[in-house]
Design a protein around this ligand. Structure first.
Ligand code: DGJ
Length: 695
């Protein structure tokens, strides 16, 4: 019996299905088909039962979760070692359970030699086209086992003409750079060994066939806030297998007899409509992850770029007064509010408001901010400590360290070993205490260094430091959300180094980059929106010239750009002219009118940051309102030499017979929208906001 005639199960999403089967030999689970409804009815696009000279059958099979016994040569997801150093755990299928509405499946396997059991879980959340997959291991044998590789699974994609991979690379100040690689044969890999998802790569990958770039797109992302790896390998038969999972930076994991280990969920997404369609599948999923917290976020002001560490009550209140006049709703005090924090060399760990900076008391300061009609937000970085702090003086053993080796400071700070229960208790009680003690509505939780030391004071080990840190971080977030449901949490890690699906389920918004320079920011947001929904995109209007990208763009450009997600202001608004303030107030008022559509609307990404124009279209769920944000990205050279004509942008995904109007302009759903942008770059007119109303 082949996989198609063996035991098989189909999971059903809104428009997609995912079918897996256990072949008659019962040693593994195979993919049969993954794509639109009905894709499993025909011959499997991924099955292979031909000859495999110099390989094994498993090396060529579309295995869902492969051990090194199944795929000895072409890459396994799970590698287990016994106490006498032997590998090659091999499973037999024992049981399976699927629910009546075909959205949850669990398939069990056991290894008769070691006693290891593995359950491969699937879940298709209602209303989505994603499949979440995770594996639970249980050591039911009598001997300890070592987990040498702990992948979450392999996703098999048919790429008969070649694989077109899309990924996001970056660095601090330049995150989420969308890039494409053609993979004829061989392997491609990305990952992070930093204890956070990192700036360098995003745990997200898209795969298309090179012959159909606008056609079917498969996406893979990992819900893990620590070190990770994703690799894609295209075999000689045209199948691309994407392996995804944790990167075991601390060495193999110990799995003692009787112990269990849950590996993080890898999520697959499918769209027939290329990368743009795939983005919408991810957005729908993340909106469901946000559940009842998916409401338009408040317009915020953050004082970081205006005052940096020179935080004190009077200047903050001066900013807050102007922010309130502009229509801002939440005022966030960033780094610098606590004792000892006058620059980045000291203070982290001592989370007490500095009385010298708030002489009338922090309560009074917050009350003064609130009296302006603003909510109040605060920055914290509770997992880090400066050597110059009382916390470090009291608990030097709380930081990650390797005995006898020097510590590696990054931004003058060390990292607390959050896996230690007493440290987790400190971090939770610090943040929880601030939220109980003060009237706080918004928290910006930062993290400004990777983990460098793979050890714990005292040298006990081996330990899964990465796993313990992430597990406690998630627990703390969950407790805080449960106990303080009204507080919004912005996840930040020196910009966008902590964005993954696990955080998308726990944080309310992400800070994607410290770079708010207009054109750099456009590229960052363009990449970000391919993997993340607009409600997660925190964006500020800052001063011109920008700190990192000084290329000039109008205030309108900067506002329209920040309106693509969650609008904030980070400029020194004390220095803004009356005209600038009036313009800002106008944009904020308009944002409040459209933010519901930005939060819930169907997103279409039009053009791109490297093209002369770039736009994002948001279509309200009932299609009655369409918001188009457009930016002109042209060069300054030669501007103004020719009279300009307006730019036209295609509307996407609308009923072609629908009638829409914008002022006295009228369009049908299939029309190009005329945006008021000139063809040439213009210093005064380089962005536009269009709101089309049906009827
Ligand atoms: C890094 C963040 O990305 C910035 O927005 C700011 O909060 C600084 N840290 C504060 O130290």
């Amino acid at each position: 019996m082949t996989a198609e005639t063996g035991q098989r199960w189909t999971l059903r999403g809104t428009h997609t299905e995912y079918t897996v089967a256990v072949p008659a030999h019962g040693r593994w689970l195979e993919l049969v088909a993954w794509g639109p409804h009905g894709v499993s009815d025909g011959p499997s696009p991924v099955a292979y039962d031909g000859p495999v000279p110099f390989l094994t059958a498993g090396d060529a099979a579309p295995i869902e979760y492969a051990t090194d016994a199944d795929r000895p040569f072409t890459g396994a997801d799970l590698v287990i070692e016994t106490s006498n150093g032997q590998r090659r755990v091999g499973f037999v299928h024992t049981d399976a359970r699927i629910d009546a509405d075909q959205r949850q499946l669990a398939v069990d396997f056991a290894d008769p030699v070691t006693g290891l059991r593995a359950t491969v879980h699937y879940r298709v959340p209602a209303g989505t086209d994603v499949v979440q997959r995770w594996v639970e291991l249980a050591n039911d044998g009598t001997d300890a086992l070592r987990v040498v590789r702990a992948g979450s699974g392999g996703f098999c994609v048919p790429t008969p003409h070649g694989a077109l991979l899309s990924h996001q690379w970056g660095q601090w100040e330049q995150e989420f750079q969308l890039s494409h690689v053609e993979l004829g044969h061989g392997a491609f890999g990305i990952g992070s060994s930093q204890g956070v998802p990192g700036h360098l790569h995003v745990p997200w990958l898209a795969v298309r066939d090179t012959a159909e770039p606008a056609g079917p797109a498969w996406g893979i992302a990992l819900a893990w806030t620590g070190s990770w790896e994703i690799s894609a390998e295209r075999d000689t038969g045209g199948l691309t297998r994407v392996r995804v999972g944790r990167q075991l930076v601390d060495g193999p994991l110990e799995l003692a007899a009787g112990e269990r280990l849950a590996l993080p969920a890898a999520t697959g997404a499918y769209s027939p409509d290329g990368l743009d369609g795939l983005a919408r599948v991810w957005h729908t999923h993340q909106r469901l992850l946000a559940a009842d917290r998916l409401s338009p976020r408040p317009v915020l002001y953050n004082s970081w770029e205006a005052t940096y560490f020179a935080v004190e009550a009077q200047s903050q209140l001066a900013l807050a007064r102007i922010a309130a006049e502009l229509g801002v709703e939440t005022f966030v005090v960033d780094d610098g509010w606590f004792v000892g924090r006058d620059d980045d060399t000291a203070g982290l760990g001592d989370w007490t408001p500095d009385p010298a900076k708030f002489p009338a008391g922090f309560d009074t300061f917050i009350a003064d901010v609130r009296a302006l009609g603003l909510n109040f937000g605060l920055w914290v970085e509770p997992e880090c400590v400066n050597p110059k702090s009382s916390l470090y003086a009291e608990h030097p053993d709380w930081v990650y360290s390797v005995d006898g080796r020097p510590l590696t400071p990054v931004r003058n700070q060390y990292l607390l070993d959050l896996g230690r229960p007493e440290v987790a208790e400190f971090v939770h009680s610090t943040v929880d205490g601030l939220l109980r003690r003060y009237d706080i509505d918004y928290l910006k939780w930062d993290f400004n260094r990777p983990r460098t030391e793979p050890g714990r004071s005292g040298g006990v080990g081996p330990l899964d430091l990465d796993g313990a840190h992430v597990a406690n971080l998630h627990r703390i977030y969950e407790r805080l959300r449960r106990d303080h449901p009204g507080v919004l949490i912005e996840a930040c890690a020196g910009g966008g180094a902590r964005t993954d699906l696990a955080m998308a389920a726990r944080a309310d918004v992400f800070w994607p980059s410290d770079n708010t320079g207009p054109l750099d920011r456009l590229a960052i947001q363009y990449g970000f929106l391919h993997a993340n929904a607009p409600h997660l995109l925190s964006s500020w209007v800052t001063d011109a010239p920008g700190l990192f990208d000084p290329r000039p763009r109008s205030l309108a450009f900067r506002f329209v750009l920040a309106m693509a997600g969650v609008l904030g202001i980070g400029a020194d608004i004390r220095a803004w002219t009356a005209a600038e303030r009036a313009e800002a107030a106008g944009w904020i008022a308009r944002y409040k009118e459209i933010r519901d559509v930005v939060t819930h609307g169907e997103v279409h990404l039009i053009g791109g940051p490297d093209q002369a124009r770039c736009a994002v279209q948001y279509t309200a769920p009932d299609e009655n309102q369409v918001v188009v944000l457009a930016w002109h990205t042209g060069r300054l050279d030669g501007a103004g030499l020719l009279p300009s004509r307006p730019v036209r942008l295609p509307l996407r995904g609308l009923d072609p017979t629908g009638r829409y109007s914008h002022g006295d302009r009228h369009y049908s759903g299939s029309h190009l929208v005329t945006v008021g942008l000139p063809v040439q770059w213009s210093a005064t007119h380089d962005a536009d906001l269009i709101v089309l109303t049906r009827g």
